[in-house]
Write a protein that binds this ligand. Structure first.
Ligand code: TRP
Length: 361
């Protein structure tokens, strides 16, 4: 079977290292593998509006930021279709029909929606659009007949819900939609990169992110003030590597060749960790090493971004063309869905013939 990717992000801020190791880096590898016939990368502005209804300007301002971040990490509009969700009205139409296949209690059980409702203090007054966004996400995925959805771990419940909708649709109306697979990062540390403050997740509202577009001195400041082991006070003290953000980031980013280049006293991460645990290795040394590794990764991204920033209208043009292309594909799927549901009355000559027979003509 031909393989197709669909994935995307809400444009509510610039993309950070958590996005990068959780999904962006993988997308670029998949794009360049040549294994996928079609790759759709969506800026999910309509979904962003489900919990930012009173702040459309934030969403509007961040579309270009996300597009620049995408292209600066190596997503290439010649190989991947970059588009904006709200420009594909077919997605709303699909959602409207899928809504009939999902119960309120099923949505209430979605763990991601549950925790987001708590985080946003929506308990007493949940916007209906927000509540139903897992259904709209099923439309995003199925509209493109995606086989593969590379996303972070927090999106697992969305994929489960999508699969259920696909199965239900196909069993009620006949085989029409494709059941997608989620593609999670293989490296445990990349599944959920902690914030620089040691909190479970990088999040803009917590102010604990390193952004892909942060300048070098900003990255240095953030790394040098990162959370480590609070009990590791003297260099000679034994230190903990579990729950120590600096080491989690090393788990995510460090390769063996980095040691020869930046820290030749150690052969590998295992030995570095062992020394830290024994005592005698200071945080500053480990942080400087991490900073060097991050810079190696971020510098080319920054340089590409600088180039791309020189022609902003060209980026909007790429998104416009991508949206046109995406719309064609989604519109074909909508046709398939409507004919499976038998709501394609005017294309259905058999229906018209049978009805006229009923009336004796
Ligand atoms: N929920 C994703 C996020 O919060 C964005 C998104 C919307 C998405 N539709 C999607 C991701 C479909 C993958 C597939 O970033």
């Amino acid at each position: 079977m031909e393989k197709t990717i669909l994935t995307g992000d809400r444009p509510t801020g610039k993309l950070h290292l958590g996005h990068y190791v959780g999904s962006l880096k993988r997308r670029v590898e998949l794009q360049n593998s040549g294994d996928y016939k079609n790759i759709f990368i969506m800026i999910a502005d309509a979904q962003a509006l489900t919990d930012n209804a009173d702040n459309p300007e934030k969403v509007r301002q961040n579309i270009i930021e996300v597009a620049l971040d995408y292209m600066s990490v190596g997503l290439d509009p010649k190989k991947s279709t970059l588009f904006i969700q709200s420009q594909i009205p077919e997605l709303c139409e699909l959602s409207f029909y899928y809504m009939n296949l999902v119960t309120v209690s099923r949505l209430q059980r979605n763990p991601t929606v549950k925790s987001e409702i708590q985080m946003r203090n929506f308990e007493a007054s949940i916007p209906v659009g927000f509540f139903t966004y897992p259904i709209s996400q099923a439309s995003d995925i199925t509209a493109f007949k995606a086989t593969t959805v590379p996303v972070g771990e927090d999106q697992l419940p969305m994929l489960e819900q999508t699969k259920e909708i696909v199965r239900k649709f196909n069993s009620v109306y006949g085989d029409t939609l494709i059941e997608p697979d989620i593609l999670l990062p293989e490296n445990q540390a990349c599944l959920r990169l902690p914030g620089t403050d040691g909190k479970a997740k990088m999040s803009k509202s917590l102010g604990n992110c390193i952004y892909l577009s942060d300048p070098s001195d900003e990255v240095r400041k953030k790394v040098m003030s990162m959370y480590t082991d609070p009990d590791h006070i003297q260099v000679s003290d034994p230190g903990k590597v579990e729950g120590n953000s600096v080491f989690t980031y090393l788990d995510a980013f460090c390769k063996e060749e980095h040691f020869a280049k930046y820290l030749p006293e150690y052969p590998n991460l295992k030995e570095l960790k062992a020394h830290y645990q024994r005592g005698g290795l200071g945080d500053v040394k480990v942080k400087k090493f991490l900073y060097a590794i991050l810079e190696e990764e971020l510098e080319p991204i920054r340089a590409r971004r600088k180039e791309l920033e020189k022609d902003i209208p060209a980026i909007y043009e790429i998104l416009r063309e991508g949206s046109l292309k995406a719309r064609e594909v989604a519109s074909k799927t909508l046709d398939d869905v409507k004919s499976a549901m038998k709501i394609n009355y005017f294309d259905d000559t058999e229906l018209i013939r049978a009805q006229s027979e009923k009336y004796g003509k």
